[in-house]
Design a protein around this ligand. Structure first.
Ligand SMILES: Cc1cc2nc3c(=O)[nH]c(=O)nc-3n(C[C@H](O)[C@H](O)[C@H](O)COP(=O)(O)OP(=O)(O)OC[C@H]3O[C@@H](n4cnc5c(N)ncnc54)[C@H](O)[C@@H]3O)c2cc1C
Ligand code: SF4
Length: 471
C-alpha cells in the first residue's frame, strides 16, 4: 500500500480475459515482483465464460477445449505464476504521471474508489458488439432485437430463451454458433442473412452449425425492415446490390419473435482514451508499435481492445508478449516484436463441395475424397494420416462434441460437454436426457467432474463433464 491508500505494483493489467490473464503470467515470468489484474466482472475469464462451445486451445494447449475450460487454465496459469487477480473492480480512469512516477489507475469496487500506481499498464479490455444503431435497420423499434453476445449470455449463463422463432443477421462465427445453440435449445432458426456474398465465418462453422441442422443461409441479403409494434413479429429480408443496398422488389417476409444481430465487434477503449492513448479511427482499436506499446509510454495493449482477433490462442500469445514487454520497458531490456501474421489459416466462407475441413489440429486441412483411374477412392489434401480417418468418419457416421449446460438444484447453469464426440444424429436425444438431469450442488463442482451420462447410437453411455468450476 502506498501514499494515501494507493496500491503500488510493477505491472497492472486491466481485464481478466485470455489477453489479460496471459499478460499477467508473462509479466510475472519475466521477473515483475508485483502484478495485479483488475477485472470488473465477478470472475476472471472474460468473454470465454459464456462461449461454452468447443474450438478453443488447439494451438496453445494442443487440445479441443470449451471457452470456460480455456478460462480455467488461463486463470490457473496466471495465479500459479504469482499474479493477483482482483475481480469486481471496474477501471474508470488512467493517467500517465510525471517521468519516473508511473501510471495512476482509478477503479470502482463495492468498497468504493481505489487508486493504483503501476510502472507499466497492459490494456486487455476486450470488445463490445455493434448494435442496431450502428447498422441503421429501418422499421419500428419493437422488443425482441438482441445482439448475439447478449443472447449467448442469456442462454448460457442466465437460462433465458430470447424467443422460439429466430432470424439471425450476420454469419460471422458468433452468429453461426448461436444459430446452433438456439436450435439445440429448441428454437427454430428461420434463416441466417449475410450481407456479403459468402459466409463471413469459418467454413467449418457453416457446415457444423448451419448445414448440420438444416438452417438456411442467404448471402448477399440483409434485413431491410423490422415489423411489429411492441414485440417483433417479422422481418423483411432483401437481396442487396453491389453497393450493399437492398434491391426493391426482392423482399421476403420471415415471421419471428427474436432478431439476433451478429454484425461485428468494436474494441473497448474508453479507458485508453482517458490517458490520451491514440486510437485507430477506423477500428477504434489502440494503435501500438510492434512491441505492443501505445503512444503513451509504459501503456501496452493486447487482444480485442487492440484489434479484433479470431482465436483466443493468439490473444493469449499476444497478451503474454505484452506482459513480458511491459517488464522489459521497466528494466530497460530489449523488447520482443509481435508477429502480425499470427492468425488462423482455417478456410472461411462456404465449405468446398465434397471436401471436409479436418478439425483435429489448427492446420484445418481441406480433405477431399477422389476416385483414382481404377475407381478406387482415396483422400487428398490431408497433411497427415489422421485427416483420412476424420474425413471417412465425416462421410459415414459424423460425430460431434455436444456442449450445453445443465441445471443444479439451486437453478444455476453449469456448462458441460460430452467426454467424447457423440453420433450427430443423437444430439437432440442427448439434449433431452440432459434436461431431465439436476446436478447435486451440495459439494463444489470442479471443471472435469463427471456429472451424468447420455446414450449414444450404439447404446454406449457417454460421460457428461463439467467445463467450469461452480463458483
Ligand atoms: C461468441 C464468440 C465466440 C468465439 N469463439 C471462439 C472459438 O471458438 N475459438 C477461439 O479461439 N476464439 C473464439 N472467440 C474469440 C476469443 O474468445 C476472443 O478473441 C478472446 O476471448 C478475446 O480476449 P480478450 O482478453 O481480448 O477479451 P475478453 O475476453 O473480452 O476480456 C476482456 C475483459 O476485460 C474486462 N473489462 C473490460 N472493461 C473493463 C474495465 N473498465 N475495468 C475492468 N475490467 C474490464 C471484461 O469484463 C473482460 O473480462 C470467440 C469470441 C466470441 C465473442
Ligand atoms: S490432416 Fe493432420 S495436419 Fe491436417 S488438420 Fe488434420 S490432423 Fe491436422
Amino acid at each position: 500500500m502506498g501514499a494515501r491508500g494507493t496500491v503500488n505494483c510493477d505491472v497492472l493489467v486491466i481485464g481478466a480475459g485470455p489477453g489479460g490473464l496471459a499478460a499477467a503470467k508473462g509479466a510475472r515470468e519475466a521477473g515483475a515482483r508485483r502484478v495485479i489484474v483488475l477485472e470488473r466482472d465477478a470472475c476472471p475469464g472474460g468473454i470465454l465464460n459464456q462461449c461454452i462451445h468447443d474450438g478453443f486451445g488447439l494451438i496453445r494447449y494442443k487440445e479441443q477445449l470449451t471457452g470456460p475450460e480455456y478460462a480455467v487454465r488461463a486463470e490457473r496459469e496466471a495465479t500459479e505464476a504469482g499474479a493477483k487477480i482482483m475481480t469486481g473492480h471496474q477501471v474508470v480512469r488512467m493517467e500517465r504521471m510525471a517521468a519516473g512516477e508511473g501510471i495512476e489507475v482509478t477503479a470502482v469496487s463495492a468498497s468504493g474508489l481505489k487508486t493504483f500506481r503501476a510502472g507499466a499498464v497492459v490494456l486487455a479490455l476486450g470488445c463490445r458488439e455493434r448494435t442496431r444503431g450502428a447498422i441503421s435497420i429501418p422499421g419500428s423499434r419493437p422488443a425482441g432485437v438482441f445482439t448475439a453476445g447478449v443472447i449467448q449470455n442469456f442462454v448460457n449463463i442466465r437460462n433465458v430463451m430470447p424467443g422460439h422463432r429466430v432470424v439471425i443477421l450476420g454469419s460471422g462465427d458468433v452468429g453461426m454458433i448461436m444459430a446452433r445453440r438456439l436450435t439445440l435449445e429448441g428454437a427454430k432458426v428461420q434463416v441466417v442473412a449475410e450481407i456479403l456474398p459468402e459466409p463471413a465465418g469459418l467454413a467449418r462453422n457453416v457446415s457444423q452449425c448451419l448445414y448440420d441442422y438444416g438452417i438456411p443461409i442467404l448471402c448477399s441479403h440483409t434485413v431491410s425492415r423490422i415489423i411489429g409494434r411492441r414485440k417483433i413479429e417479422a422481418v423483411e429480408i432483401s437481396e442487396v446490390d453491389q453497393n450493399m443496398r437492398p434491391v426493391p422488389g426482392t423482399e421476403q417476409r420471415f415471421d419471428c419473435d427474436a432478431l439476433v444481430l451478429s454484425v461485428g465487434l468494436i474494441p473497448e477503449n474508453e479507458i485508453a482514451q482517458t490517458a490520451g492513448v491514440t486510437l485507430d479511427p477506423k477500428t477504434n482499436g489502440t494503435l501500438t508499435d510492434e512491441y505492443l506499446q501505445t503512444d503513451v509510454e509504459g501503456i501496452f495493449s493486447c487482444g480485442n481492445s487492440r484489434r479484433i482477433m479470431d482465436l483466443a490462442d493468439f490473444v493469449s500469445e499476444q497478451g503474454e508478449l505484452a506482459g513480458r514487454n511491459a517488464v522489459a520497458h521497466l528494466t530497460g531490456e530489449e523488447m520482443e516484436t509481435w508477429d502480425e501474421s499470427r492468425t488462423t489459416s482455417m478456410l472461411k466462407g462456404y465449405p468446398v463441395p465434397d471436401t471436409v475441413t479436418c478439425t483435429l489440429c489448427p492446420n484445418g486441412c481441406q480433405v477431399r475424397r477422389v476416385a483414382d483411374e481404377n475407381g478406387t477412392f482415396t483422400y487428398e489434401g490431408n497433411k497427415c494420416p489422421r485427416g483420412i480417418d476424420f474425413a471417412e468418419q465425416e462421410r459415414t457416421a459424423p460425430r460431434r462434441m455436444l456442449t450445453t449446460t445443465v441445471r443444479d438444484a439451486d437453478g444455476h447453469l453449469i456448462p458441460v460437454r460430452t467426454g467424447q464426440p457423440i453420433s450427430r444424429e443423437k444430439m437432440f436425444d442427448a439434449m433431452k436426457e440432459m434436461r431431465t438431469f439436476t446436478a447435486d450442488c451440495t459439494e463444489n463442482i470442479r471443471c472435469g467432474d463427471t456429472l451424468t451420462y447420455v446414450t449414444d447410437k450404439d447404446g454406449s453411455r457417454i460421460r457428461v463433464i463439467a467445463t467450469a468450476d461452480s463458483r
